[in-house]
Design a binder for this molecule. Structure first.
Ligand code: TTP
Ligand code: MG
Length: 355
């Protein structure tokens, strides 16, 4: 098989970096983007000054303020972040068209076939970082590797404003010492389970009985085994974004009862209908999903294929999730509709990029 060259680019403290660029007085202060503590807000992200205090993404605002009372809290400006994101995407397209955006600030690029810089993925990555910094005033970190997950882990190694290259010859040693929590897909629950088995690094997993791992972790066991051996055959998938319309609500207090959930979902359902209508997608529904965040912040969702929305669609999903709550309070409920992709629009958008 041909050796791939994958670059993973990830902007540094993205939303916060946009805020600091547009208001340099913020640069030396600890700042975060998020909702107010009084409204049970959560942080989207924070700058590196704030990280020194232990402040992190997805942390409840009240906790962040305990760690760093002088934290400057900003509400966020999605339009500015989207504009910066579009600019970055444009820059990527100068190097390759095989781009898989993972979020506004992060993407995989496959440069295996590129002839730029004599085919050096390292030089390409450095040039992308240079162009981003010069043109947007924001810094990016990048990872270069023979496969996706190693490129992703590598992009985090020398953050902020750093580059990390893992050559094919270095894959084995890089993976061996890798803590399991770095593998994308290993969440809190899986990690705890692995730790209970005495497994902390990929090397530990390499030495563990394969069959036992597969029975204990099901489908993900296969992925885990591959990753721990440095294997990831996934291709960079262009335009993979599945469009969806969603609404969610963080509740003012935790709830537990079916009736309470139904009342919230009934409200969210009405709002979802309005939003689906606004984007003219009522005849493009593919599936409906309910999302629940429990008191311990564990997130669960359940999805069902449907052709059109009706108020009873979310009932079975709600029941499914309540079973998983195991008595925990619920702090957030969400409802979303996944939409069929309009291939015509996709093709037109692709062509536009070529102009
Ligand atoms: P990340 O790339 O995870 O974080 P980051 O860019 O802020 O910081 P880092 O330097 O560690 O990469 O996420 C990108 C943006 O996505 C982030 O700026 C804000 C948003 N975001 C949320 O809204 N909620 C979240 O829980 C996370 C993790 C990110
Ligand atoms: Mg980032």
């Amino acid at each position: 098989m041909m050796q791939r060259k994958i670059i993973h680019v990830d902007m540094d403290c993205f939303y916060a970096a946009v805020e600091m660029r547009d208001n340099p007085a913020l640069k030396t202060l600890p700042i975060a983007i998020g909702g107010a503590a009084s409204r049970r807000g959560v942080l989207s992200t924070c700058n590196y000054v704030a990280r020194k205090y232990g402040v992190r993404s997805a942390m409840p605002t009240h906790k962040a303020l305990q760690l760093c009372p002088e934290l400057v809290l900003l509400p966020g400006r999605m339009d500015a972040y989207k504009a910066a994101s579009m600019h970055i995407q444009q820059i990527f397209h100068r190097y390759t068209d095989i781009i898989e955006p993972l979020s506004l600030d992060e993407a995989y690029l496959d440069v295996s076939e590129s002839l730029l810089f004599s085919g050096s993925a390292t030089y390409i990555a450095q040039d992308i970082r240079r162009a981003i910094a010069e043109e947007t005033g924001l810094t990016a970190s990048a990872g270069v590797a023979p496969c996706k997950f190693i490129a992703k882990v590598a992009s985090d190694e020398n953050k902020p404003n750093g580059l990390c290259v893992i050559t094919p010859a270095e894959v084995d040693s890089f993976v061996a010492s890798m803590p399991l929590e770095k593998i994308p897909g290993v969440g809190k629950v899986t990690l705890e389970k692995l730790h209970q088995l005495g497994l902390h690094t990929c090397k530990d997993v390499q030495g563990y009985a394969k069959e036992s791992l597969l029975t204990q972790f099901g489908k993900f066991g296969r992925v885990l085994l591959d990753r721990c051996h440095g294997i990831d055959n996934r291709e960079v998938v262009v335009d993979r974004a599945r469009k969806s319309v969603g609404v969610e609500r963080t509740l003012s207090h935790n709830i537990k009862q079916l009736g309470e959930c139904e009342a919230v979902l009934s409200d969210l359902y009405k709002e979802l209908l309005r939003r689906v209508a606004r984007v003219g997608a009522h005849d493009k529904i593919r599936s409906l999903a309910v999302k629940m965040k429990f008191a311990d912040f564990q997130l669960r969702s359940a999805e069902q294929r449907v052709q059109y929305l009706h108020p009873s669609c979310y009932q079975p999903l709600l029941h499914q999730l309540l079973e998983k709550s195991q008595g925990r309070g619920i702090r957030l409920l969400g409802l979303s509709a996944q939409l069929q992709q309009d291939e015509m629009i996709d093709a037109a958008a692709k062509q536009l990029k070529l102009i």
